[in-house]
Write a protein that binds this ligand. Structure first.
Ligand code: ZN
Length: 469
């Protein structure tokens, strides 16, 4: 039984061929990054068709596409992408109900297929079981090449020291970035993990003693670190010699973080299922999609008839991601639910790869309040912009279409009632909806948001279904 023979990693993958297909940094930037549109298009078409061939072998897609009346020959180019039905985590969960560990969106069958060196990681999983993903060497190596590219673009060079403050465990974030740093940057990953793994004061001590050059983590935690250094240890983080902060910025205020650390902040967008998709270049004018590895579409939110159409440049919608490189679980038109838009025009850096704007929120985290769409992320951006707060907040949705935003003050000298009134006015002005503001002491919200213990920080609690005692 060949399926029972343990595989050898180096025999399971042709790394030279893979690096031709998906060049790592620095050669990527001399080749694919600035390819004229037509040549880039040709490269993408070939990769897409190859991925479609693989996807037809995956039971999940065969089942769904056949039900939609599609045949393998129907999709002949990227222009036909729009004919393929999208899917979301809800469809993945349906598949997971049948098998929570080996869903049918994995195109490898342990009973019949040859053994492969596999990596298993999951989504954050705030409710129920997390969403599993399995990676073959090819899947993982392309994701690692992309990590190498993005860090190169954001100024990371050999022998730099990168402190990674992401959770190390089931979620992909921390472990994936370690593989990419190790294999494709020449820099050194320092895996301190989240605040639960290495307490914040210890993180700061190590950072200073070891001469860390870059920090990788979620923006709320990076801000928290800077404030602990400044307010509790009496140290100025701008003197720590940090060159760059690499983060998933979302709507967090870049300027505030840059000011706190005296360092450049770079935004990145990615997911457990396929790693980084799009990242800031040095221009910080929108995140370039790695278009040789992915197709990103922006699909508008449903109109009053429930119809969705592809959004034009500059128009908001949810990011739909298609991978070009995955073996175990290709992702074809995955509706991420993340709200973004295409940035207009060409970037000054000279790349031909399209850019998306920062992720403004989750379509499924959006709250409809008296007819207005409200994203907790947008509230966070307004909170972070006021220095009387420390950026920490929690939205509590109450019955009767009320939202109370609890906001931490930066210290005891803040006049809470004035701060609350000003912030409520700012919300009304920027979001066109009235929200109540409750100012609370520093540190009060951490047990509810999970700031110190998890990288999946909670910003919204829905209490509408809670019966008052
Ligand atoms: Zn650029």
């Amino acid at each position: 039984m060949s399926a029972r023979v343990p595989p050898r990693y180096h025999e399971a993958i042709d790394l030279d061929a893979l690096c031709q297909e998906f060049p790592p940094a620095p050669e990527f930037f001399d080749t694919v990054w600035t390819l004229p549109e037509e040549a880039l298009r040709a490269r993408r078409e070939a990769a897409f068709l190859k991925q479609m061939e693989r996807a037809w072998q995956v039971p999940f897609y065969r089942r769904r596409w056949s039900a939609a009346g599609l045949q393998p020959g129907d999709i002949r180019s990227l222009d036909d992408l729009k004919l393929i039905p999208t899917f979301s985590v809800h469809d993945m969960r349906e598949s997971l109900e049948r098998d929570p560990f080996w869903p049918d969106y994995f195109g490898v069958n342990p009973a019949t297929d040859e053994a492969l060196p596999l990596v298993f990681q999951t989504s954050g999983g705030t409710t129920g079981l997390p969403r599993p993903m399995m990676f073959a060497p090819r899947d993982r190596e392309v994701m690692n090449i992309v990590t190498g590219r993005r860090l190169f673009m954001q100024g990371v060079r050999p022998f730099d020291r990168l402190q990674v403050t992401l959770s190390l465990g089931l979620p992909n974030g921390g472990l994936l970035v370690r593989e990419g740093i190790q294999k494709y940057t020449g820099a050194v990953p320092i895996m301190t993990g989240s605040g639960a793994q290495t307490p914040t004061r210890r993180q700061i001590e190590l950072m200073r003693a070891w001469g860390v050059t870059h920090l990788i983590g979620f923006p709320a935690y990076l801000r928290h670190m800077a404030l602990v250094a400044r307010d509790e240890l009496g140290l100025d983080p701008r003197g720590f010699g940090i060159k760059g902060l690499i983060t998933h910025l979302g709507v967090e205020d870049r300027g505030t973080l840059e000011e706190l650390w005296g360092a450049d902040v770079y935004d990145t967008y990615g997911m457990n299922e396929f790693g980084s998709v799009a990242v800031d270049c040095a221009e910080k004018s929108g995140m370039h999609v790695f278009e040789d590895c992915f197709a990103v579409e922006v699909l508008g939110l449903p109109d009053e008839h429930g119809t969705r159409r592809l959004a034009a440049e500059g128009e908001d919608g949810s990011a739909i991601v298609t991978t070009f490189f995955k073996h175990v679980a290709p992702m074809i038109r995955f509706d991420t639910n993340d709200i973004t838009s295409f940035a207009p025009g060409r970037c000054a850096c000279g790349s031909t790869h399209r850019r998306i704007t920062g992720i403004r929120g989750r379509a499924d985290g959006m709250v409809k309040l008296r007819g207005v769409n409200v994203f907790p992320e947008a509230i966070g951006a307004l909170v972070a912009a006021d220095p009387r707060g420390n950026g920490e907040f929690l939205c509590v949705l109450e019955r009767g279409e009320r939202m109370v935003v609890r906001v931490e003050m930066s210290d005891g000298s803040v006049a809470a009632d004035v701060f609350a009134a000003d912030l409520a006015g700012r919300f009304k002005e920027a979001l066109s909806v009235r929200l109540e503001v409750e100012v609370v002491p520093k540190g009060t919200l951490a047990p509810l948001t999970g700031l110190d213990t998890t990288s999946k920080i909670r910003r919204l609690i829905d209490r509408r279904a809670v019966q008052e005692a």
